[in-house]
Ligand binder design. Structure first.
Ligand SMILES: [Zn+2]
Length: 440
């Protein structure tokens, strides 16, 4: 393993490295030898070929490391991380009862104060610099998650989970649940939404239709619109869940209609999974502007199904990637890209997807710029381009070589293919948000 040099902890700084990034105009930027300059405010002011510049001893030369945009995880559950990898192959609703609700129920402020900083470090070590996350039902531990994110430096949208139908809150009086949950969520939003110049944001987080009444869904959507915050939930993840929703909402024509009626669907809505949708739902989802968090590793782990990504992209639905920890067993978005590629291939083999294959560079875009755009942050982050904030990672591709001293991969698609299909747990050597090095 190559030694890790002392990486700059704060801006301003200049790096010399290979650069691989999606670009806003749809192209891919690949500079084998590049200069990457970050100004004192944490903004990229130059990303360009090193060219004829003289060698500069004040510039950290990281070659053959590759600088890429920080990865964006659109769907992660902070309290669930300790049970990652447990319960493979169980059905969603049983798995929630067995492995998840007890963990979330025990997620008190003191637990979050210990765990959340560790989770953020682990995410940064895997290259994730932006998350959209669920906490548990409790406002105190949600507050602790925000405080930990503020301290750590990760870019985070977080929400307190809301459940007023099936809930693990044994204390609360039934007639109080709705008002209490709305008030607690609004308080957290007022405290944290937009904090640190927009690095932290709030998402109203009704868990999913199974655990929420129409009122909870509608009122949370109303509050999200009022505050200009996000609204996140799960959609059509599992067949058993879809059946339950049909019974709970007999007046709705399908699952999506439950959220449509609630007024939840717009460009601030992030819906995880979205596997079992009818052609009409796909069309209406695209028209609504809502975003989909594609969580293929989770979908395979719980046998939830294969989301037809290519069909959604063709329909114009904005899609990014989510680890869905802990139904997704791994927190690396590189691993999620691999699961997404496998899912796409299996769907194609089974005749479910006719479209041309997505290339490794398409997966890079989905895990970075597409995720940033799904959060409405595409103007600020998601690619390494002058003018954007310096949310970036450096990766050591040498660690992924099958044999020592292999030749450097010069082709960007081959390089990305290697990082996705032969990742090394320590290949991400540094991660920055706004030019500040994240603890790992
Ligand atoms: Zn989830």
């Amino acid at each position: 393993m190559s030694d890790r040099p002392d990486l700059p902890a704060r801006p301003p700084f200049t790096l010399r490295a290979r650069v691989l990034t999606p670009l806003d105009d749809g192209a891919v930027g690949h500079l084998p030898d590049a200069c990457l300059e970050v100004d004192a405010t944490g903004r990229l002011v130059a990303v360009e070929a090193w060219g004829a510049r003289p060698a500069d001893p004040s510039v950290l030369d990281l070659r053959p490391w590759v600088a890429m945009p920080g990865l964006v995880d659109l769907h992660v559950h902070l309290p669930q991380v300790p049970n990652a990898g447990l319960g493979a192959g169980m059905e969603l609703l049983d798995w929630l009862d067995r492995y998840i609700f007890p963990l979330e129920q025990a997620y008190a402020r003191e637990v979050a104060e210990v765990q959340a900083p560790l989770v953020f470090r682990a995410l940064a070590a895997a290259g994730t610099t932006t998350i959209s996350a669920y906490a548990a039902l409790w406002p105190e531990s949600t507050d602790a998650c925000f405080a930990a994110a503020e301290e750590h430096g990760i870019r985070a949208v977080i929400g307190k989970v809301m459940m007023d139908r099936v809930t693990y809150d044994a204390q609360i009086a039934r007639h109080d649940i709705l008002d209490t949950s709305l008030r607690q969520s609004a308080d957290l939003c007022e405290r944290w939404h937009g904090a640190d110049d927009g690095r932290l944001g709030y998402a109203f987080t009704p868990r999913f239709a199974v655990s929420c009444t129409e009122e909870m869904l509608a009122e949370s959507a109303r509050l999200a619109a009022y505050y200009g915050a996000w609204w996140q939930s799960h959609l059509a993840e599992d067949a058993g869940e879809c059946d339950r929703v049909k019974r709970l909402f007999p007046e709705s024509r399908d699952y999506l209609d439950v959220y449509e009626r609630a007024g939840g669907l717009n460009d601030r809505a992030i819906l995880a999974h979205a596997i079992h949708l009818s052609p009409s739902e796909v069309e209406r989802l695209a028209a609504s502007g809502a975003r989909v968090a594609h969580c293929p590793a989770s979908n395979l782990f719980l046998s939830s199904g294969l989301m037809p990504l290519a069909r959604y992209l063709e329909a114009g639905i904005p899609v990014g990637l989510g680890s869905d920890l802990a139904a997704g067993p791994e927190l690396s978005i590189f691993s999620v890209m691999r699961a997404a590629a496998v899912t796409a291939r299996v769907l194609h083999l089974a005749g479910g997807e006719a479209r041309p294959r997505l290339s490794p560079l398409d997966w890079l875009r989905l895990g970075t710029l597409a995720g940033a755009r799904a959060l409405g942050m595409g103007e600020r982050i998601g690619s390494l381009e002058a003018g954007k904030e310096a949310d970036l990672i450096v990766v050591d591709p040498v660690l992924t070589d099958p044999l020592p001293e292999s030749e450097e991969l010069t082709d960007p698609e081959e390089l990305m293919s290697r990082l996705i299909f032969r990742p090394h747990p320590e290949m991400v050597r540094g991660a920055w948000v706004r030019g500040k090095l994240l603890p790992t």
